[in-house]
Design a protein around this ligand. Structure first.
Ligand SMILES: [Zn+2]
Length: 334
């Protein structure tokens, strides 16, 4: 990571909250790197136009925050795709974060099962997902190899899945906090979605210090206790600080990301980097849909005709594209 630090050597935390931003930070004394994500209007745009049941919207919001926290730690230009596939009432989530600032999200779910889950009080994020997997893909365009990381979903929430992924696959001690809620404010009609998140990673110079006691070696007979290395003091301190973060601190429009970081790490000194903007922006286009339709066979396209037209609705942003069947019948025309 090569973000250039802000040149001011020390200053008070800014009290000005900024919605729809990513704030990267570093705590040198504890060998920590991280990010705070604050979503206001952008997440409200994404979640409102889908009109998902509230627990599904909340889950999509959490996945969106997670995708931005993870995607923005990577040094690349392209698209970070977070996707779940599982057997719960919400069978698929797809979140795209396209560098530097575009986010879109959608869910596929069984409306009857979601309604039943809500009615029986079993609509927590973990219960909505059920069992399956979460995949993270980095797509840097057609000329680059795609990287994919996968972690099992086992009835737990996305924070747990993220911790499990970093423990097993990356072996980077990591804590993630995600929060999503609807805000009612005087003078504004209706409720508005807000979301926030925090990612903290322990990245010491010496990799030995990042070894985790709960990484089981797997080849020890059952019943034998292992003499495992204790966790590094710096990471224990960092983790316990992150555990004090409450949802409201990640969501409250009156608390800035810098104030949150100051509250957590002021005793150690925290350095913030240039804040980056986020926006709800879909990458669909008439040209893209045109190309997609041409990639089907004529028979398949014939099956898509309804009332004399082919109508395609984007699952991410609900944009609707209407084509005359003859418009897309010749393959290869751009
Ligand atoms: Zn779209």
């Amino acid at each position: 990571m090569t973000e250039s630090p802000i040149v001011i050597p020390a200053r008070a935390p800014s009290a000005t909250p900024a919605d729809d931003t990513i704030l990267p930070f570093q705590v040198e004394a504890l060998d920590l790197r991280g990010r705070v994500v604050r979503f206001g209007a952008a997440i409200d745009t994404i979640l409102s136009h889908h009109r998902y049941p509230a627990p599904v919207a909340k889950l999509v919001g959490e996945a969106t925050v997670l995708a931005v926290l993870l995607g923005s730690t990577l040094k690349f230009e392209g698209r970070f795709i977070l996707q779940t596939q599982s057997d719960g009432p919400v069978r698929m989530l797809v979140i795209n974060y396209t560098t530097p600032d575009k986010v879109r999200a959608c869910a596929r779910f069984d409306a009857e099962r979601v309604a039943a889950a809500i009615a029986s009080g079993k609509a927590s994020p973990g219960e909505l997902l059920g069992y399956g997997h979460l995949a993270m893909t980095i797509d840097q365009g057609p000329d680059a190899a795609r990287y994919q990381g996968i972690v099992a979903l086992e009835g737990n929430d996305l924070e747990c899945a993220a911790h499990e992924y970093f423990l097993r696959s990356e072996q980077i001690p990591t804590r993630v906090r995600l929060a999503v809620a609807q805000e009612l404010r005087a003078g504004r009609a209706g409720a508005h979605w807000r979301a926030g998140g925090l990612l903290v990673q322990f990245l010491p110079q010496s990799p030995d210090r990042a070894r985790r006691r709960d990484l089981h070696p797997g080849d020890v007979p059952e019943g034998i206790e292992l003499d495992e290395p204790p966790e590094d003091d710096a990471w224990v301190e960092a983790r316990s600080l992150v555990e004090t973060v409450e949802d409201v601190e990640l969501l409250d429009p009156q608390v800035s990301a810098e104030q949150l970081l100051y509250r957590l790490f002021h005793a150690r000194g925290v350095r913030v980097f240039r804040v980056r903007d986020l926006r709800a922006k879909c990458s669909c286009s008439r040209e893209g849909v045109d190309r997609m339709l041409r990639s089907f066979s004529q028979d398949e396209r014939n099956d898509m005709v309804e009332n004399g037209k082919i109508t395609v609705t984007c699952e991410f942003c609900n944009a609707t594209y209407v084509f005359e069947p003859t418009e897309v019948s010749e393959p290869g025309r751009e």
